[in-house]
Design a protein around this ligand. Structure first.
Ligand code: FE
Length: 344
């Protein structure tokens, strides 16, 4: 067989296979989402979108890495039109893997500040997640706190709880510091921070807050929505733990509080591209933005939307204006730095 007929045979086998694997064609419009966000944090918004537009939304929820791998292995046969994740680093990884496409939309550009979206339009931030210092009200005075950089000072020896370096939230925070100070200085900082750990990292963000409340350590770094979840929890113990800590916004005179985003991009092989863009525009719109703030204690990306009651109680803050795309670019450097610093 010649190369050409070989190729044709292969192609027809491939077409047969992909028609077998392809999702059924439905009447009416639809959009298919791969989402790494918890279903109850996104489903009500999607139902709203369907109600308003008549577009059917199909949601597949999974872990970040698994969804990215799935998009890569499905290639052009993927049913997914939109990838939703909860970290800029993950979106940058998806972009680098070639599974997203650039989207231009006036509505998205108007609703989302430039630092919260990819400069080329491969992904857009939909909610802002701030990672400030949370401290024990009993044992720390806010006047003792100032910056992330200061957490490496010897005065905090044995007083800090932080989750492990596997956490993409910490990787992004370190990437932010590298963007301001370079790798070498950030490594020195990370070594100082690790020397101040009360114990080796364990548990998630909520566990760090509980450890501070229990007196295992005096301060930690967490995303505010975890604290928001505890403040508004049904569970009395969680509520009580939350009442013993307070938020401190670091770096207000310097680079600003480290922020990350949850966001989404349209997949490279989206079959329902228009509906996918429409969905992104909806998620950046007023009602969806308010929902993010009210229900999940995240900050709206859209600056026109006021924060919820829970968020207001923590006060206003200046956020770091480094483009969150940079956090993805510097992720590998951040992991290196944390590793060399002995951050488990
Ligand atoms: Fe989270």
């Amino acid at each position: 067989m010649s190369t050409v007929s070989n190729y044709r045979a292969l192609l027809s086998a491939f077409c047969l296979l992909s028609s077998l694997l392809a999702p059924p064609v439905l009447a009416g419009e639809e959009v298919n989402i791969y989402s790494a966000r918890k279903e109850d944090l996104i489903k009500p918004l999607l139902d709203d979108f369907s109600k308003q537009t008549g577009v059917t939304v199909n949601l597949v929820t999974g872990k970040e890495e698994a969804l990215l791998q799935r998009l890569q292995s499905e290639g052009a046969n993927t049913p997914a039109d939109v990838l939703l994740t909860s970290d800029a680093g993950r979106l940058a990884a998806a972009q680098q893997a070639g599974v997203l496409q650039a989207v231009k939309s006036e509505a998205l550009a108007a609703r989302i500040p430039a630092s919260y979206r990819d400069p080329a339009g491969y992904w857009y931030g939909l909610s802002v997640r701030a990672r400030p210092i949370v401290y024990a009200k009993e044992r720390v005075k806010p006047a003792e706190l100032s910056t992330y950089e200061d957490l490496a000072a010897p005065k905090w020896k044995g007083k800090i709880c932080v989750r492990s370096s596997d956490s993409v939230y910490n990787q992004s925070l370190v990437a932010g510091l590298i963007s301001h100070h370079g790798e070498a200085k950030t490594e020195t900082w990370a070594k100082g921070l690790v020397a101040n750990f009360a114990h080796p990292p364990k548990g998630g963000d909520r566990d760090q807050i509980k450890a501070v409340a229990a007196g295992e350590c005096d301060l930690t770094l967490v995303n505010t929505y975890y604290l928001g979840g505890m403040v508004n929890a049904q569970d009395a113990a969680e509520k009580q733990a939350a009442a013993q800590v307070a938020v401190f916004w670091p770096n207000q005179k310097t680079t600003g509080v480290h922020v990350n985003i949850s966001g989404a991009g349209v997949t490279a092989h989206a079959r329902h591209r228009d509906s996918a863009v429409r969905l992104l525009e909806f998620l950046a719109g007023d009602s969806a933005q308010r929902w993010y703030a009210d229900v999940n204690a995240e900050y709206p990306v859209n600056p026109a939307i006021p924060p919820s009651v829970t968020l207001k109680a923590w006060g206003e803050f200046k956020a770091d204006t480094v483009n969150v795309a940079k956090l993805g670019e510097l992720n590998a450097a951040a992991v290196r730095v944390m590793d060399r610093a002995g951050w488990k």
